[in-house]
Design a protein around this ligand. Structure first.
Ligand code: HEM
Length: 269
């Protein structure tokens, strides 16, 4: 990894080597730098466009939610007597509290909207078809859990809107066939919406659902890495009119993952 070039001054080479030393140190002991390079620097189809950035935009929105959520959790109190007041303190008294809360509140809508746009792109490009069905299924789970985040987060400010919106949401859940009444009972956690509901929603909102979403995103990205992104349907390559280059030895056979061969194709996947 150390860089040495005859065109560079010895001083510059020395500074570069010193700057890269921590990375070399880490790479030698963990292989993490190589792993990250393998993850980030990948071949993509020639006709990849802005449409394929919607997944990364969704990921960014999720990360913003995670970071602002952790900051809010430092000050929020999941107790019916204190929740509303703690939100007022965050908004009106803490330095930049209004900004962090605003980012989290508006970011929730941005996250959901981006998820839908990304899903629409995947659908319109036919990217849910073989061999990416499993990634579509994982996406559907991500969508459901993302909506769960919105539902559980809505109660936390503990104001009139939050309370009554949750009453309506729990009642709607209760009307689902078979499991509906159990889900409604589980979410409410008691005879009426109160302290038990609030702590349950808080736990789901800041532990269970983000943890599950994080894990599923990891799996989702692994599959994107393994299978590559799909060309648009109007691309000659997607229509099979252009010969897909076979894997060259220098690409370690990985271009086969960018252009997975057809079922029963020459590479027999
Ligand atoms: C937390 C939510 C999500 C995140 C962070 C996420 C992230 C990503 C990223 C970064 C990619 C690769 C780049 C791209 O195609 O845009 C991707 C691809 C994909 N996503 Fe998502 N995604 C999410 C939700 C969904 C949903 C809701 C669906 C569908 C129900 C879905 C289905 C897919 C599929 C099938 C691919 C492969 C697309 C292809 O090969 O061209 N994802 N996702």
């Amino acid at each position: 990894m150390a860089v040495s070039s005859s065109r560079k001054s010895p001083r510059r080479a020395q500074v570069e080597a010193a700057a890269l030393y921590p990375l070399d140190w880490l790479e030698e002991r963990s292989g993490l730098v190589g792993g990250l390079k393998y993850f980030l620097f990948r071949k993509v189809p020639r006709d990849t466009s802005w449409a394929q950035t919607l997944g990364s935009a969704t990921l960014t929105a999720f990360l913003v939610q995670a970071i602002t959520g952790v900051i809010l959790a430092f000050y929020y109190k999941p107790d019916p007597d204190k929740a509303y007041e703690s939100i007022q303190i965050i908004t009106n008294e803490l330095t930049l509290g209004w900004l962090v809360r605003g980012m989290h509140r508006w970011g929730a809508s941005v996250f959901i909207i981006l998820m839908f746009l990304h899903m629409a792109r995947v659908f319109l490009f036919g990217a849910y078809k073989y061999p990416r069905e499993l990634n579509w299924i994982i996406g559907v789970l991500l969508l459901a859990l993302g909506m769960g985040e919105g539902f559980t987060g809505y109660l936390l400010p503990w104001d009139q809107t939050a309370y009554w919106a949750t009453v309506v949401g729990i009642n709607i859940n209760g009307t689902a066939p078979f499991l509906g009444p159990f889900i409604a009972q589980f979410l409410q956690g008691g005879a009426s919406i109160g302290a038990d509901t609030l702590s349950k929603f808080y736990s789901l909102h800041m532990l269970v659902l983000p943890g599950a979403i994080g894990g599923l995103i990891g799996l989702h990205l692994y599959l994107v890495m393994r299978l590559g992104v799909t060309s648009p349907p109007w691309s000659p390559e997607a229509a099979g009119r252009e010969r897909v280059e076979p894997a060259t030895p220098s690409s370690n056979g990985r271009s086969g993952l960018v252009h997975p061969s057809r079922r029963g194709g020459p590479n027999g996947e």
